[in-house]
Design a protein around this ligand. Structure first.
Ligand code: UGA
Length: 439
């Protein structure tokens, strides 16, 4: 065990569980805390409650070292930590665009009255600008002297969570004192020594660094999807357009894949919360373009439904449609705001019999969309289908054999919602291949 601050991680969802495991991997003595007993029981027994490649192995390894424990007790967390990372979710408020900060406040309610010595409370959750200043005020009122706040937003992507945590592009430290910066530098020392740049700033800039990054990524995806709309009107090919743009270093090719657009628990809600906060701050005009980013994104789903309808002759009544993919992106079992399930549900409402298959997200999909049909493989889902929709680009789907799939469907028609299949291969096997933004 390396000498150094003892760490707690409050909230053990995608972000917190990964952070706790990675901090233990760096050699720290870590306690992960959550109020969800089932989640904690799973983590303590070595089971990761969600799909994240590599995390189960790293969890098992670090449980074995004795450096990593899990608890539901605020008393234990408060007593243990020199540094407390706050990793709870900030979903949209029901029926609103603004972020719901009740989990962040609940952690403060649980933690602050139990603190009895100087420590650093470090927010990692994505929050509206101004939240950290308010929480610092709470700490000053409710915690003993020497307790300080820092804001250290997290940029990890699901599916790459470990890599993004242990070798991040950058570390953002929002701090109000040199001591807080020094503590964060000591926690992240191995990562900084390995070359990760650190950008030190105030609370508001750190909060914005996160939401601005997600807003930019969403804008980049919607930009290329807007180009896809234009491509559809002109007979151009958005995948080649994107390739041509990508060689310009100033633009770059990442997050320039046109298709069904973005979903998930982060990009859509962060962008909306950002607009809501801008409204409160009186600068809504500055972010009004994000409304269009959102609208372009949602139009892709509508376009997918229209294209599917066209291929089945205008009406879904009596048609069988196979949907490949339920997760909002590959290598995840997360179905929050999943474009694939949104399209599947719309097509079912319009009269089709829909069978869904996903390599990892079946349980989550069945829970939230119980009326869709589910099958245990792509071949099973495609049996007798009049149309196949490829909506989440899992490697398993990218590598599918068009001949094998063709032998079970009733009509060889596929829409590639992610521009991830090879049109020539599918057409050579007798498929009608259609995609968004391509002739
Ligand atoms: C996103 C950000 O990428 C992370 O940096 C951030 O930390 C995270 O949100 C968060 O706020 O917690 P994530 O939601 O895991 O990460 O997913 P992304 O990889 O960003 O993908 C988002 C969506 O965009 C997916 O639905 C994906 O299919 C779609 N996408 C992505 C495209 O449609 N085209 C692209 O070129 C790239």
């Amino acid at each position: 065990m390396i000498p150094g601050p003892r760490i707690t991680v409050l909230g053990t969802g995608y972000l917190g569980a990964t952070h706790a495991v990675c901090m233990a991997e760096l050699g720290f003595d870590v306690v992960g805390m959550d109020v969800d007993e089932a989640k904690i029981a799973k983590l303590a027994s070595g089971e990761v409650p969600f799909f994240e490649p590599g995390l189960p192995e790293l969890l098992a390894k670090n449980l074995d070292t004795g450096r990593l424990r899990f608890t539901t007790s605020y008393d234990e967390a408060a007593a243990h930590g020199d540094v407390h990372f706050v990793c709870v979710g900030t979903p949209s408020k029901p029926g609103e665009m603004a972020a719901d900060l009740s989990y962040v406040d609940a952690v403060m309610d649980g933690l602050l009255p139990r603190l009895s010595r100087p420590c650093l409370v470090v927010g990692k959750s994505t929050v509206p600008a101004g939240t950290a200043a308010r929480l610092a005020e709470r700490i000053a009122q409710e915690a003993p002297a020497g307790v300080e706040l820092a804001w250290n937003p997290e940029f990890l992507r699901e599916g790459f969570a470990i890599e993004d945590t242990l070798t991040p592009d950058r570390l953002v430290f929002g701090v109000a004192s040199a001591e807080a910066e020094a503590t964060l530098r000591s926690v992240y020392a191995p990562i900084i020594d390995a070359g990760a740049p650190v950008v030190v700033m105030g609370f508001a800039t750190a909060e914005l660094a996160k939401v601005a990054a997600n807003a930019f990524l969403a804008t980049k995806i919607s930009f290329i999807n807007a180009m896809a709309e234009v491509c559809e009107a002109t007979g151009a090919d958005v995948t080649l357009l994107s390739k041509a743009l990508s060689y310009d270093d100033r633009i770059g090719g990442r997050f320039l894949n046109a298709g069904l657009g973005f979903g998930g628990g982060c990009l859509p809600k962060d962008m909306r919360a950002f607009m809501a906060r801008a409204g409160e701050l009186g600068v809504d005009q500055a972010l009004s373009f994000l409304r269009e980013v959102d609208a372009i994104n949602l139009r892709r789903r509508a376009r997918m439904v229209d294209l599917a309808a066209e291929l089945v002759g205008g009406s879904f009544g009596g048609m069988r449609v196979a949907v490949l993919g339920a997760a909002f992106k590959p290598d995840s079992d997360d179905i929050r705001d999943s474009p694939a399930l949104d399209v599947a549900a719309t097509i079912q409402r319009r009269g089709a019999a829909v069978c869904v298959y996903d390599p990892a997200a079946m349980d989550n999909a069945k829970r939230d969309y119980p009326t869709l049909g589910y099958r245990d493989s792509a071949l099973e889902a495609a049996k007798g289908a009049d149309l196949v929709l490829h909506l989440t680009e899992w490697a398993e789907f990218r590598e599918m054999d068009p001949e094998a799939l063709g032998s079970v469907v009733s009509s060889r028609q596929i829409v590639d919602g992610r521009n991830a299949l090879d049109p020539e291969l599918w057409r050579a096997a007798g498929w009608v291949y259609r995609a968004l933004g391509r002739p």
